[in-house]
Ligand binder design. Structure first.
Ligand SMILES: Nc1ncnc2c1ncn2[C@@H]1O[C@H](COP(=O)(O)OP(=O)(O)O)[C@@H](O)[C@H]1O
Ligand SMILES: [Mg+2]
Length: 367
C-alpha cells in the first residue's frame, strides 16, 4: 500500500465568518503542511486578517472547523492554543524592558526563572540582537523592534506562527531586509507559519504556498511559480505581476498548440494545455516582461511569427529596463517591460511586438 499522506498541521474545513450581513470569509477549505510558510495574499478587505484571527481564537467562525495537529480547536481558548503572533504595529510593551517583552509569553507557562532566562537569550540570539535585553523598546529602531516582536513570538516554541502584515509599517529597504530575515528564521526553526500580506512580492519571495483571496473567497492556491505562471483566472493574473490581457478566439487546435485570432486580427500561437476547444472565446495573458520588440522595417519571416503591429505611445527609462506603452491598431494599449536586449525605441515609432507560445497563457472569458 502507498504510504498515506502526512496530515496537514493546520486545516480549514468549510470555514466561514459573517459580521452581520458582511461575509468576511466564504466557506473555505485549506490545508497547511507542517513546517511550511503559507501566505494569505489579496487586496485589503478580502478576509485575510479575519482568517488569521479565527486561527488565533480572536474570532469565532460562523461555520466550519479549524484543526491543528488533527485536533478541532474551535472551542479551545486563546491561551491554550500554542500560537505565536506578530502584527503590523508590533506593539511591544513600551514600559517593559526587552527582556520582559520577550519573556512575556513564558510567564504563564510552567517554566523556571533560569529556563526563562535561557530561552529569552536564545530567542534574542536567533533574531540577531543579542545583548539588548536591558534596553527599552524606544531605544531600538523600527526594524529592531520588529525583530523583538519575532523573538517574543518564537520564544514559546509555537505550533504555528501567525503574522499579519508584519512588515508593512517598515520602509521599502528595511522591508526587503526583514523579508529575508523572516524567511531565514522560519526555515531555521521550521515553524509552520501563516503570513498575511497584500504585497505580491513578499508572497512570491517567501512562500512555500500562496493562497490568493478575493472578497472572502479562495481564488487559487499553489506554490509561487504555479500561481504566477498558471493563474486560474483574470483576478489572479492581474493581482500578481504586470499582466496584459488580449481577447481572442480559438481558430485552430492541434496536439501542441492552439491558434488564437486576437482582436487585432493577428494570429497568436499558444501552448496547448488541453483546456480549450475550437471556437472558444479566450483571454490571452502575457506578462509585460515576456514581450519582445522587433523593428518594423527589419522584420523577417521568423520575426513575423507570433507578433502584431504597434506604435510606441509612451516610454519610461528605468535604468536596467524600459517600460513602454504600445498602442495597437484597435486603440488598445499594452504594457511592455523591455530588458533592452535590443535598442531603445522612441515615442511614435512603429514596432512589432512578439511573444513566444509558452509565454501565452489562456483564460476562459469570465461572464
Ligand atoms: N469586526 C468587524 N465587524 C464588521 N466587519 C468586519 C469586522 N472585521 C472585518 N470586517 C469586514 O470583513 C471584511 C474582511 O476584513 P479583513 O479580514 O480585515 O480583510 P483584510 O485583512 O484582507 O484586509 C471586510 O469587509 C471588513 O470590513
Ligand atoms: Mg488585514
Amino acid at each position: 500500500m502507498a504510504t498515506s499522506k502526512k496530515q496537514p498541521l493546520v486545516q480549514f474545513k468549510g470555514i466561514m465568518k459573517q459580521y452581520g450581513k458582511v461575509t468576511a470569509v466564504e466557506k473555505m477549505d485549506f490545508d497547511i503542511e507542517e513546517g511550511s510558510l503559507v501566505t494569505l495574499l489579496g487586496p485589503s478587505g478580502c478576509g485575510k486578517t479575519t482568517l488569521l484571527r479565527m486561527v488565533a481564537g480572536l474570532e469565532d467562525p460562523t461555520e466550519g472547523d479549524i484543526y491543528i495537529k488533527g485536533v478541532r480547536i474551535n472551542d479551545t481558548p486563546i491561551h491554550k492554543r500554542n500560537l505565536g503572533m506578530i502584527f503590523q504595529n508590533y506593539a511591544l510593551f513600551p514600559h517593559k524592558t526587552i527582556f520582559d517583552n520577550v519573556a512575556f509569553g513564558l510567564k504563564y507557562r510552567n517554566v523556571s526563572k533560569d529556563q526563562i532566562r535561557e530561552k529569552v537569550m536564545q530567542a534574542l540570539e536567533m533574531v540577531r540582537l543579542p545583548g539588548v535585553e536591558n534596553r527599552m523598546p524606544s531605544q531600538l529602531s523600527g526594524g529592531q523592534q520588529q525583530r523583538i516582536a519575532m523573538a517574543r513570538a518564537i520564544v514559546i516554541e509555537p505550533d504555528v506562527l501567525l503574522m499579519d502584515e508584519p512588515l508593512s509599517a517598515l520602509d521599502e529597504n528595511l522591508r526587503e531586509e526583514m523579508r529575508r530575515e523572516v524567511d531565514n528564521l522560519q526555515q531555521m526553526l521550521g515553524v509552520t507559519t501563516i503570513f498575511v500580506t497584500h504585497d505580491q512580492r513578499e508572497a512570491l519571495s517567501m512562500s512555500d504556498k500562496i493562497l490568493v483571496m478575493k472578497a472572502g473567497r479562495k481564488q487559487q492556491e499553489g506554490d509561487p511559480q504555479t500561481v504566477y505562471n498558471q493563474p486560474v483566472n483574470h483576478f489572479v493574473a492581474d493581482f500578481l505581476g504586470h499582466s496584459n490581457f488580449i481577447k481572442g478566439q480559438i481558430v485552430d487546435v492541434n496536439k501542441e498548440h492552439v491558434h488564437v485570432q486576437i482582436e487585432t486580427g493577428d494570429l497568436l500561437i499558444a501552448d496547448n494545455k488541453n483546456t480549450f476547444n475550437l471556437g472558444d472565446r479566450v483571454e490571452l495573458v502575457v506578462r509585460a516582461q515576456r514581450f519582445d520588440l522587433v523593428d518594423e522595417d527589419e522584420i523577417t519571416t521568423k520575426q513575423e511569427m507570433n507578433s502584431f503591429a504597434g506604435r510606441i505611445k509612451d516610454r519610461s527609462y528605468m535604468g536596467g529596463e524600459v517600460s513602454y506603452f504600445i498602442e495597437l491598431g484597435t486603440g488598445r494599449e499594452i504594457h511592455i517591460i523591455s530588458m533592452m536586449r535590443t535598442r531603445i525605441y522612441s515615442i511614435g515609432e512603429k514596432v512589432r511586438v512578439q511573444v513566444a507560445p509558452h509565454h501565452c497563457h489562456l483564460l476562459a472569458i469570465e461572464s
